[in-house]
Design a protein around this ligand. Structure first.
Ligand code: ADP
Length: 484
């Protein structure tokens, strides 16, 4: 099956969150399951820099008049993947974050930039590469939301190809003023409630949800949650209507990148039967971040975008109590200015016990998971969450809220789950500082009980969230849509 994957991010070239980990890992996992996956990416500077041996396939124009070149080449990652990249310097050649300017404001022409991506997919669907033709297009998140609509329009009312649309986060919707509609290259008939209109605006996400043949999201629980008014972001009605086309496929862990027995980014390597290396990683991390080098102080860590979604005000509220009880906190993250400032203030207040690094640092994140005792993920909502999966692999016990993919991947420590060796973390239910503090106390108590701690830690490290399994589910979905 020839599959064209369309996304804005791709690990290891460009990553702002979990989306890149998924789109970077899926092609190889799918190729091992009988697919021939190629990727289409916007020519952001980091993507163009990583494209090997580019050749120009064709040129076309957007509705705004910009000229785009469709390049073909290969991307080097853990495996080599064939790639198409849209080269449009005026639209895409901007330094830093792919979506926002230096003041964290979305680019005013984002609708044009990502409409161009969809029309690039149409060019390939129409035979733009004479040596390879996709049989299905799989788009990810709102950046690729227009793809199914453009395939439908280009096919004159019958989609050129079947499509799958995966939602990694329903809260990011790609909303634009209706005045921008003529720039998209679609007729006005698409601007309706049964289309991409959303409360008087254009929604790229809704376009994907409405026009794709199948919708997936990145965990079974999130697939159910987004059909409720509470977590449906105003799209729950549409998602309920499309219930039979919607499914959840849990993300995996790329073991070639996230494996503590082989990880070259760790100062010491370790496995579930050889945890000495983990103790050394913790000591090295404490030294690196200016935390007191107390081996027996439980080290709680956060690796996260600092946004409302991630429930971090709970951590801010609880940190004083945590420190009073002898624990340490290390935060690696960036995002909302007020959260960055609040965490930095806590680091100042509790020097040696709280450390904060603001920024996005992939290599450092490996060292954090390697040295961490407990990974905190108290999210308000969490489509899948990858940090708790990496934490499990690295012997850091995840403390998570029972929501979305967190609920699907962490088993709470209770007498029965401890006895059956299935406990892998600490789980709490409500966004409530009392409940969160209680969960922290349970984690501290577990830590002070080495034999139990050991069981939970090792049970977590034995978990295997494989991309292979996820790829089999995606492949089955593709098969059901591609005519024999
Ligand atoms: P989301 O996609 O909502 O940001 P996920 O948990 O699904 O959350 O994925 C986040 C990914 O980004 C993980 O790979 C995590 O390790 C990484 N990450 C988040 N913040 C940082 C950071 N500040 N530095 C390095 N990696 C980070």
């Amino acid at each position: 099956m020839n599959i064209l994957q369309v996304s804005a991010e791709y690990h290891p070239l460009l990553k702002t969150g979990g989306l890149a980990d998924v789109t970077g890992a899926l092609p190889a996992a799918l190729n091992a399951n009988g697919c021939d996956v190629r990727v289409l990416l916007p020519g952001f500077p980091a993507i163009l820099a990583g494209l090997q041996e580019p050749t120009e396939l064709l040129r076309f124009h957007t509705h705004g008049g910009a000229e785009l070149r469709l390049l073909r080449g290969t991307l080097l990652g853990t495996t080599t993947v064939q790639a198409y990249v849209l080269d449009a310097p005026g639209l895409l050649d901007r330094p830093g974050n792919p979506y926002e300017d230096a003041h964290k404001q979305p680019y005013a022409d984002n609708h044009r930039r990502f409409a161009a991506l969809a029309w690039g997919a149409v060019q390939i669907a129409q035979g733009g590469d004479t040596s390879w033709k996709p049989q299905l297009v799989h788009g990810h998140d709102w950046h690729a939301g227009l793809v199914p609509a453009c395939l439908l329009h280009a096919g004159g009312g019958q989609p050129l190809l079947p499509s799958v649309f995966t939602v990694h986060n329903l809260a990011y919707q790609g909303l634009f003023d209706v005045a921008r509609f003529p720039d998209l290259g679609l007729p006005w008939s698409f601007y309706q409630v049964e289309g991409l209109e959303f409360w008087g605006q254009i929604s790229f996400l809704k376009a994907g949800l409405h026009y794709a043949n199948r919708i997936t999201t990145v965990s079974p629980t999130y697939a159910r949650e987004i059909q409720t008014p509470e977590l449906g972001c105003g799209l729950d009605g549409l998602l309920r209507r499309r219930q039979s086309d919607l499914s959840g496929i849990l993300n995996g862990v790329d073991g070639t990148i996230w494996n503590p027995t082989t990880d070259p980014l760790l100062p010491h390597r370790f496995g579930s039967n050889k945890l000495l290396g983990k103790a050394r990683c913790k000591a090295a991390l404490q030294i690196e971040t200016g935390l007191h080098t107390h081996a027996d102080a439980p080290l709680f860590t956060v690796v996260s975008r600092l946004t409302e979604q991630k429930g971090l005000p709970l951590v801010l509220e609880a940190v004083d109590g945590l420190v009073e009880r002898g624990a340490q906190l290390l935060v690696l993250g960036n995002g909302d200015a007020h959260l960055e400032a609040a965490f930095l203030a806590k680091a100042q207040q509790h020097a040696g016990r709280v450390a904060v690094r603001i920024g996005f640092d992939e290599a450092f994140s490996h060292r954090v998971f390697g040295g961490s005792d407990v990974t905190l993920v108290p999210s308000r909502f969490e489509p899948c969450g990858l940090t708790q999966l990496y934490a499990l692999a690295y012997g850091s016990v995840p403390l998570v809220r029972r929501v979305g993919g967190l609920a699907d991947s962490v088993t709470d420590t209770q007498p029965d789950t401890l006895a059956s060796d299935t406990a892998t973390g600490i789980v709490f239910n409500h966004m409530d500082v009392g409940e969160f503090t209680h969960a922290l106390q349970r984690a501290m108590a577990l830590y002070r009980h080495p034999s139990q701690w050991d069981r939970v830690q090792r049970a977590g490290m034995r978990q295997h969230f494989s991309w292979d399994e996820a790829a089999q589910q995606y492949a089955a979905l593709y098969r059901s849509l591609i005519p024999a």
